[in-house]
Design a protein around this ligand. Structure first.
Ligand code: TRP
Length: 470
């Protein structure tokens, strides 16, 4: 048996801290900002159903695999993959999986921070009472003024990156653990409140029907890929974020139970956000497919008309910022851990270094919403015809890099790593629960990911799903 490794970066205080940190990573802009608008763009119910299936069948097993690899390797994903490959007598090239993850995290954070900047800006708009009594058009123009101005976007993006790097620089336990302890409960309370408002809006049924009545003629093959990509994105899978968090996990904690809890909470937040937003969309005659601006153009209407709306609006955007914040740190942690391990940097120096690079790359996203809004780099490919640089970054990372990363994590866990090692690490014994995980990760996940990819690229046609592109 190999000797247990120890992380040089410290560890969580216990299982609860890990659950909170991983939930903090999972619950973010993906749940509240992205899920509603991509569900809206891809026809609603059928999309939601595919997304839920992907969470259950692909997401949870891969999350278990990632936590397992991290806890066994106890280092940044790059070094973890290298050590575990060596231990299994496999090719050291597996460390490239860690590098691909670092790159994906860097690309995602570069745009994530810009969107989180919108949320920051909205904290101040809400607090100033800007939304009070405003019409849907008024709210839309507030949004356009913000995104149309590169200097403002840059300022908020900068502020958010600085906030992120401060927490990362402080390390695993200080600050972060404390922050997530009140964030998750508070977010739930506010979402319940918003759902209450939506319930009273008179269009709650219409919202529910949109989200939960599957109409498979409304979803394209590309929509299926987007749903699967989002399952990875929302659970923070496929790039090593959960792996690096797993590397700080104490030995005695059930990986299966923990992963299911995290996935459940994450899904709950997404569905609650959807149920709050779509009734407001329908009551105000807005377009569910409005795109990335959706929540910024709908929720302020609710805040503008409910009693105490300025207060709740402010709280809501504060929480959205917090949710984004606890996610952002996990996007950069693998890179920072590696810089500390292999370049001998202090955490502070490593954070500054990684943060500046990410910040600079974020300028591409800042400009995608204004100066370069008409620049569609891949206009000659049908599905990317209308995609800006931001849209392409999002598509490339969420729908291609994360599922591929997840695919290789799955392959490594059950084809490369010794079965005994995963039995021991997952600590479920050689039970039927373990057997189910094994089959899902060994066959179901890889096949599902490959089928969706091949279908989108047109190499094969899954009946009933192909044909329509919009
Ligand atoms: N899951 C987060 C969200 O839904 C985003 C995120 C954090 C993420 N870490 C990640 C996405 C790692 C992919 C990979 O907002």
């Amino acid at each position: 048996m190999t000797e247990k490794r120890k992380s040089i970066h410290g560890s969580w205080s216990g299982r609860l801290a890990f659950v909170l940190a991983a939930t903090g990573s999972a619950v973010g802009l993906g749940n509240i900002w992205k899920f509603p608008y991509i569900a809206g763009e891809n026809g609603g119910g059928a999309f939601v159903l595919v997304y839920l299936a992907c969470i259950a069948v692909i997401g949870i097993p891969i999350m278990m695999a990632e936590v397992m690899l991290g806890r066994r390797g106890r280092q940044s994903p790059i070094n973890t993959m290298r050590s575990l490959a060596k231990e299994a007598g496999a090719n050291p090239a597996w460390r490239w999986l860690g590098w691909a993850g670092v790159l994906a995290g860097f690309l995602i954070l570069s745009y994530y921070s810009v969107i989180a900047g919108w949320a920051l800006a909205y904290v101040f708009r809400a607090a100033a009472g800007t939304f009070t009594g405003a019409t849907a058009e008024g709210i839309a123009s507030i949004f356009e003024q913000l995104t149309g101005d590169p200097e403002r976007l840059l300022a908020w993006h900068t502020l958010f990156m600085v906030m992120t790097m401060i927490v990362v620089a402080r390390g695993v336990r200080s600050g972060l653990e404390q922050a997530v302890r009140f964030l998750v409960p508070a977010l739930f309370v506010l979402l319940i409140l918003l759902d209450g408002y939506a319930l009273a809006s008179g269009a709650f049924d219409e919202g529910l029907a949109f989200l939960f009545t599957p109409d498979f003629s409304k979803i394209s093959a590309n929509g299926v890929l987007i749903a699967m990509g989002h399952a990875f994105f929302t659970l923070s899978l496929g790039m090593g974020a959960i792996m690096v968090y797993g590397s700080y996990l104490p030995e005695r904690a059930s990986i299966a139970r923990t992963s299911i809890t995290i996935a459940f909470l994450d899904t709950l937040v997404a569905l609650m956000a959807g149920m709050a937003i779509f009734p407001i969309v329908f009551v105000n005659g807005l377009e569910p497919g409005a795109g990335p601006g959706l929540i910024f153009q709908t929720l302020p209407i609710a805040f503008g008309h409910m009693p105490g709306g300025a207060l709740f609006g402010t709280l809501f955007f504060v929480l959205l910022v917090f949710a984004a914040w606890t996610s952002a740190i996990s996007l950069i942690e693998p890179a920072v851990a590696w810089l500390v391990e292999n370049r001998g940097m202090t955490r502070i120096y490593a954070s500054v270094y990684a943060g500046i690079a990410t910040w600079a790359f974020g300028l591409l996203t800042v400009l995608s919403f204004n100066t370069w809004a008409d620049f569609k780099p891949l206009y000659f490919i049908e599905i990317f015809e209308h995609y800006t640089i931001f849209d392409l970054l999002d598509y490339l990372t969420a729908n291609i890099m994360l599922p591929l990363g997840g695919l290789f994590i799955a392959l490594f866990s059950v084809w490369v790593m010794r079965r005994n090692d995963s039995v021991q690490e997952l600590d479920m014994g050689d039970s039927s629960a373990y057997g189910l995980w094994y089959v899902l990760v060994r066959y179901v996940t890889p096949i599902a990911v490959l089928l969706v990819f091949l279908n989108v690229t047109g190499l094969i046609e899954l009946s009933g799903l192909s044909g329509q592109t919009e």
